[in-house]
Design a protein around this ligand. Structure first.
Ligand code: OSB
Ligand code: MG
Length: 369
């Protein structure tokens, strides 16, 4: 395949409500949609999921845009690619910048699927025709406000509820959710807010039969996560820590987690996600697909990766309307009773709607060499 042009559509989208984690609050979402165009004029789309600031990880959108413009987009244009699997190898001399790499690779995967008249799910070897999803709820000012949100999302049928926790907003808050809603599928995400000094709090969470606790400790700390997992019965799920195949291998071998959250951007793309999927499957580690407050293109990529067999737990890709008054794709992603149907249209399975995108568009950079 010959890609002659790559466009970086830079959007500023406002979320319906602010989203608060242990690392901060945000309502404005800066998103870059990558459009890769072949010599026949056909387009494939990827989405860069970097945060505005380096709070979730070291990557941030301004840097990712430079990385795409300066390194990764020109490499794609200057090299003939037979299969999207080659993109990771092509990018390999340049260290990390996984979210920038994944955004470009994602557009190549979508284009490849469309050129071969396949869905993206089929192109990557996925089998499911529908996937189960949960929802991630941010911290609220008060527990009472969070309980209202939980009620709304339980009523909408999401397959599990994830709530964000941080020191001081943990054991009591989880107890109140359990008291009010009984044995709903419930989990907590700490985004690295704890250390082993908090072991008593983390042990106390065992009383609530959580499906898992996500990323309680620092991203680089596979050793302490392994120590923690030995002392608590709740399965540890790693998110931030799993930023490569090697990290997944290390976490599995050390016993740092029993579950992995895969984010395509964090691990550097679909090809790396598939490698981690196969490794985890071999070791009986179940997976689910995390979210990064994506617009429609990213959501559709998430749905596609979830069609792989070892994604056995509900992911975070809720309906487009979870965050957006109007998403940039037609049709939008809709979860009904916690189930999203996988589109049978080629590639990501929906059209990027440039009319709808216009209201968010700040700038488009065109790379042709
Ligand atoms: O830790 O999973 C996370 C959002 C941004 C950054 C990190 C995370 C999240 C979420 C929301 O939990 C997932 C989503 O709804 O897209
Ligand atoms: Mg997380």
């Amino acid at each position: 395949m010959k890609i002659t042009e790559i466009r970086l559509h830079q959007l500023s989208m406002k979320m319906k409500t602010p989203f608060t984690t242990s690392f901060g609050t945000q309502q404005d979402r800066f998103i870059t949609i990558v459009e890769a165009i072949d010599e026949t004029g056909r387009s494939g789309f990827g989405e860069c999921v970097s945060g505005e600031d380096p709070l979730y990880s070291e990557e941030f959108m301004d840097a990712s845009i430079i990385a795409m413009k300066k390194y990764f987009a020109p490499m794609i244009i200057h090299n003939e690619i037979d299969h999207p699997d080659e993109v990771w190898e092509l990018f390999k001399p340049f260290k990390r910048n996984n979210m920038a790499k994944a955004a470009i690779e994602g557009a190549v995967w979508d284009l490849y699927a469309k050129q071969n008249d396949m869905t993206l799910a089929e192109a990557i070897g996925g089998q499911k025709t529908q996937v189960e999803v949960g929802i991630s709820l941010g911290l609220e000012e008060t527990d009472e406000l969070l309980l209202e949100k939980v009620k709304e999302k339980v009523d909408e049928g999401y397959k599990r509820i994830k709530v964000k926790i941080k020191p001081g907003r943990d054991v009591d808050m989880i107890r109140r959710i359990r008291d009010r809603f009984g044995d709903i599928p419930l989990m907590a995400d700490a985004n690295s807010a704890y250390t082993l000094d908090d072991i008593e709090t983390l042990k106390a969470l065992d009383a609530f039969d959580l499906m898992m606790i996500e990323q309680p400790l620092a991203a680089g700390d596979l050793i302490d996560h392994a120590k923690l997992q030995k002392q608590i019965s709740t399965p540890v799920c790693l998110d931030e820590s799993i930023d490569s195949y090697q990290a997944a291998l290390g976490a599995i071998e050390l016993g740092s987690c029993r579950i992995i959250n895969v984010k395509v951007g964090r691990v550097g793309g679909i090809t790396q996600s598939i490698k981690i999927h196969d490794l985890a499957q071999k070791h009986d580690i179940p997976l689910w697909c995390g979210g990064m407050l994506e617009a429609g293109v990213g959501r559709l990529h998430n749905i596609a990766i979830t069609t792989l067999g070892n994604f056995t737990l509900p992911g975070d890709t809720a309906s487009s309307s979870r965050y957006w008054y109007e998403d940039i794709i037609t049709p939008e992603v809709v979860a009904k009773d916690g189930v999203v149907q996988v589109s049978s249209a080629p590639g990501i399975g929906a059209e990027v709607d440039f009319d709808k995108m216009q209201q968010y568009l700040k700038q488009t950079d065109v790379i042709t060499e």
